[in-house]
Design a protein. Structure first.
Length: 295
């Protein structure tokens, strides 16, 4: 049996819409074993335990990429700490896990770039799969059909707090809310935030972080899907965070920075908001997905 450990990720990281992603210390462990002659999936809700399972599809797609057939029998076991459909890259962990699982089970020798190419084909945007594969803060861009990747430093002092509500947002709906065209001034503002953010993450510069954790491409449109967003942001900043962004397309919100008691204060303050918010204290994962067990 082969077990792959894949980190959660936050897509966009504020101004890097569809481009920037950060791997986080929350994990999905997925085990694969080719045996028997049926598909046997466990450790996930019953409705996902079938041939439409994303990790299974990614496993088969990876074999097809190398001209190989889907296995006759496959056992897949999930063990995950990542909230599902909350903007923390849980579906990317399934895709990346399936690809790395197939690569390991069949000794395919795929490079990380090839893995990202397959993942992007399956997911449609690389901003979660790239940090899940490489770890850390990664920019990825699809130019002329090729996925280009650049990695940036994350200062080890930086802490991240995921605020996870009990409601989901649909990525499809959250994408539909975005306008086709944006004003040049909004584009310039967002490019400026992105450029500042990359330096701010490297230096943990509080002033730069406060200015850079913003955008005018997606969050102003999407925040309506998260009741209380503006007040929760104010609360996070009043409690000492450098900024608060929507994680991916939501519904999780991600606070950057904050003092030691930040999580406790947020847990207390969030009781006033609908959504039974959970508070998860995280760091950047700098290693990316890896095989942790190979019998
Ligand atoms: N970049 C994507 C979006 C991430 O914001 O729609 C969601 O998975």
């Amino acid at each position: 049996m082969i077990t792959v450990k894949v980190p959660a990720s936050t897509g966009n990281v504020g101004p890097g819409f569809d481009v920037l992603g950060l791997a986080l210390t929350l994990y999905n462990e997925i085990s694969f074993e080719e045996s028997g002659d049926t598909l046997d999936i466990s450790g996930c809700p019953e409705k996902f335990a079938n041939e439409d399972n994303i990790a299974y599809k990614a496993f088969c797609e990876t074999l097809a990429y190398k001209g190989l057939k889907a296995p006759k029998g496959l056992k897949i076991v999930f063990k995950s700490d990542i909230p599902i459909c909350r903007g923390l890259g849980s579906s990317s962990t399934l895709i990346v896990g399936g690809i790395i699982g197939a690569n390991a089970v069949h000794s395919l020798g795929l490079s990380k770039s090839e893995m990202l190419f397959i993942a992007n084909k399956l997911e449609g945007h690389p901003d979660n799969a790239a940090p899940a594969i490489f770890g850390g803060l990664i920019a990825s861009s699809v130019n002329d059909g090729e996925v280009y990747v650049a990695d940036y430093k994350v200062n080890e002092e930086l802490k991240f707090t995921a605020l996870v509500p009990d409601f989901e947002t649909s990525t499809e709906k959250a994408r539909e809310m975005l306008p086709e065209n944006i004003k040049r001034t909004d584009a310039v503002y967002t490019v400026g935030c992105l450029a500042l953010l990359l330096k701010a993450f490297e230096c943990a510069d509080k002033k730069l972080l406060a200015a850079a954790l913003d955008d005018k491409l997606h969050q102003p449109y999407r925040k309506q899907l998260i009741p209380g967003f503006d007040d929760i942001r104010k609360l996070a900043i009043a409690n000492g965070a450098d900024g608060l962004i929507i994680s991916g397309s939501g519904s999780t919100l991600l606070a950057v920075g904050g003092p030691k008691d930040f999580e406790d204060k947020m847990a207390q303050g969030l009781k006033a908001f609908a959504g039974n918010w959970r508070v998860l204290s995280l760091k950047a994962d700098l290693e990316g997905a890896k095989v942790i067990n190979q019998d």
